[in-house]
Design a binder for this molecule. Structure first.
Ligand code: IMP
Length: 178
């Protein structure tokens, strides 16, 4: 089965330019601080890598994965299991969670609850994409790359059946090819 990209929604250039803007904003907002940026595996990796290039000042980085099934569990919150850099010192730190997309908001809400339990000094969310029209729960997303309509997108970290994460742009998947 081969899947097709119907159209490019966001070019690589648009994503890089927006990442520069968000990076500059984070540099300003966290000037003199040393935030810990936590990337959500696997989807946020390309955005995370692009974004941090444009942040000035001291930052630390880490990655966690939220899975909605029980596997090799390290720590859990409800039915979501977290794996990755879980031994991090989060208490008293300025944390920025980096996501690929916020859709219903359920994932990021659970991630934020998990991090808040560890008593950070501050907690903010940055996402490449935001599908606000799909929101089921209220979440505070401080840095949004692009608001997008309710279409299924792939590329720049986002997948369909684990494919397309390597595309340098964000495209709409041709639904007739799914
Ligand atoms: P939420 O919990 O509904 O906000 O969903 C977040 C997760 O759903 C993301 O991290 C993605 O893995 C997935 N997702 C939502 N919309 C899309 C999309 O358009 N393309 C690819 N993955 C998506």
């Amino acid at each position: 089965m081969s899947y097709k990209i119907e159209r490019i929604l966001l070019s690589h250039e648009q994503i890089v330019n927006r990442s520069k803007e968000i990076g500059a904003q984070i540099s300003k907002d966290y000037a003199g601080k040393r935030p810990l940026l936590i990337g959500m595996l696997n989807g946020a990796v390309p955005f995370f890598a692009e974004l941090i290039k444009h942040i000035e000042g001291e930052i630390e980085t880490a990655f966690i994965k939220a899975s909605s099934y029980a596997g090799q569990t390290c720590s859990s919150s409800g039915s979501v299991v977290f794996t990755g850099d879980l031994n991090l010192q989060i208490a008293g730190r300025d944390i920025i969670v980096i996501e690929d997309i916020v859709d219903t908001g359920l994932t990021i809400k659970t991630v934020c609850a998990f991090i808040r339990e560890k008593k950070p000094k501050s907690l903010a969310v940055a996402t490449l994409l935001d599908k606000k029209s799909r929101r089921l729960v209220e979440v505070d997303v401080k840095y949004v790359g692009f608001d997008i309509p309710n279409v299924f997108v792939v590329g720049f970290g986002l997948d369909y059946d684990e494919l397309f994460r390597n595309l340098p742009y964000v495209g709409v998947l041709d639904s007739s090819s799914i």
